[in-house]
Ligand binder design. Sequence first.
Ligand code: SF4
Length: 111
Amino acid sequence: MKRIAILNCLKANDVCAGAACLKAFNSRSRHFEQYGAEPIELVAMGRCNGCEVGIDEGFQEKLDRIIEEGAEVCHLGVCTIKSETRQECKTITEAANYLETHGVQIVRGTH
Ligand code: SF4
């Protein structure tokens, strides 16, 4: 069983129901295709706390919870990459690095 988390951008919150990520997860398509027939479980799905605060106490708690839940892989939503620059935001890069140093593999993309 592969334990998976998804982390998305708060800016997408106004319009995002998480549906496209969950559809890709459930159908094992797009960035979830790599798991093939391996059993997968979604153990956490959250968002950052916004550009203004970066990795504040609450976001740190979410990252630690992802680790505590035993996530082996964390997928970063495509919304964490600014479409105009194709650059990943610094906060998400920092969060991804933190997760990686705690043994969580990072995959950039969900759907
Ligand atoms: S910190 Fe990054 S991921 Fe979070 S809202 Fe801002 S741009 Fe989006």
